[in-house]
Design a protein around this ligand. Structure first.
Ligand code: FAD
Length: 321
């Protein structure tokens, strides 16, 4: 089968390598060089396994293994989040991509938040994000500061470099969050090496249907493979792997069901964020427990005390600010 992949971001380029030995694959991108707009955080175990599938040693791209995730009210031991050199990894993959458009039976929409080939999503939610690369002498932890609708982050990139950024419903709110983050953790504003604006889709897969339309099928953020906390790297890679499995086993009709099943945890995280945004206390408590249990397995070493502290903190703030 001939397959054309549109978008050579993290999911599209990965899918290309997964398929190139078994199919006739073309790939195209609107950009001349890879898009590096991302905090570069990723879940280590999953990334290592996924990239091994295309013969890449993920360890070579790790920049930092932060010890803790620190918010204004919590300090939680990190188990599985690392930062990686996404720009270098994608640049190296791009050198091996053969950019071309072929007459294809199947087209893949891997264009991220743009979703350029699938039908538009009714009531789509696209948030604004900003980010800079700066130098700071601060302990290598992940620092975060959240509001009702977004959060600011500081991700260590090793050698004193940091990604400082935020995502929220508007650019103004994102900028404000960065200001708070700077004040609280001491990331003084003193110039940057690089700065960007970007967009993030804030919807789970179930709200991004259809995943297939005619001969087009979506992967990655185009179909909502991004968590309520903005984690889209591993989910996007994983969606590409699911598509590859369906293609190899000639059961594309299972693709939608498999995506919805695999990313149930993303649906739950979005419900949790929804509860915060709506200020619904019981929904918040219910989903907090579910999210804590999901993330304990995936990323962080939560204790019961940590969960309790989140509850008390949010209740004192009226679950919002
Ligand atoms: C500021 C920011 C910080 C983030 N931080 C993190 C993080 O730390 N950890 C994490 O897990 N996730 C993070 N995310 C989310 C994550 O980066 C995305 O969810 C992920 O990159 C989505 O992968 P993708 O392959 O679907 O799309 P992308 O990686 O965005 O790739 C889409 C590609 O499609 C191309 N394209 C667009 N339109 C067209 C078109 N018409 N034709 C052809 N090509 C096209 C683009 O040029 C791009 O190369 C962040 C996002 C942002 C914006």
């Amino acid at each position: 089968m001939k397959i054309q992949i549109h978008g050579a971001g993290i999911s599209g380029s990965y899918l290309y390598f997964l398929l190139r030995d078994e199919f006739d694959v073309g790939i195209d991108d609107v950009r001349a060089y890879p898009d590096c707009r991302c905090g570069w955080g990723i879940t280590y175990k999953e990334a290592k396994k996924l990239y091994k599938g295309i013969s890449i040693n993920f360890d070579e791209y790790i920049l930092s293994k932060p010890r803790y995730v620190i918010t204004d009210s919590l300090k939680i031991k990190n188990r599985n989040i690392v930062t990686f050199d996404r720009a270098r990894l994608l640049s190296e993959l791009w050198k091996e991509l053969e950019f071309k458009k072929i007459e294809s039976k199947l087209e893949v929409d891997a264009t991220g938040f743009k979703r350029a080939y699938l039908p538009r999503i009714k009531n789509d939610k696209i948030y604004s994000a900003i980010q800079t690369i700066e130098r700071h002498e601060v302990d290598e932890n992940i620092y975060a500061f959240g509001s009702k609708t977004g959060y600011a982050w500081a991700f260590p990139l090793g050698d004193g470099k940091w990604h400082i950024g935020a995502g929220d419903v508007t650019l103004e709110r994102a900028k404000l969050l960065v200001e708070y983050l700077r004040k609280i953790y001491g990331f003084e504003e003193k110039g940057f090496e690089c700065s960007c604006r970007a967009y993030i889709r804030f919807l789970p897969p179930s709200k991004c249907l259809p995943f297939m339309n005619g001969n087009v099928i979506g992967i990655g953020e185009a179909i909502g493979c991004i968590s309520g906390f903005g984690e889209g790297n591993t989910p996007s890679l994983f969606s590409a792997k699911i598509l590859r499995d369906c293609l190899i086993n000639s059961n594309l009709e299972d693709y939608e069901m498999r995506i919805l099943k695999e990313f149930k945890w993303i649906e739950i995280e979005h419900k949790f964020i929804e509860a915060i945004q709506e200020g619904k206390i019981f929904k918040f408590l219910l989903y907090l427990l579910k999210v804590a249990s999901i993330e304990k397995k995936r990323t962080l070493n939560y204790s019961f005390r940590d969960v309790l502290s989140i509850i008390v903190n949010q209740i004192f703030r009226g679950i919002m600010r």
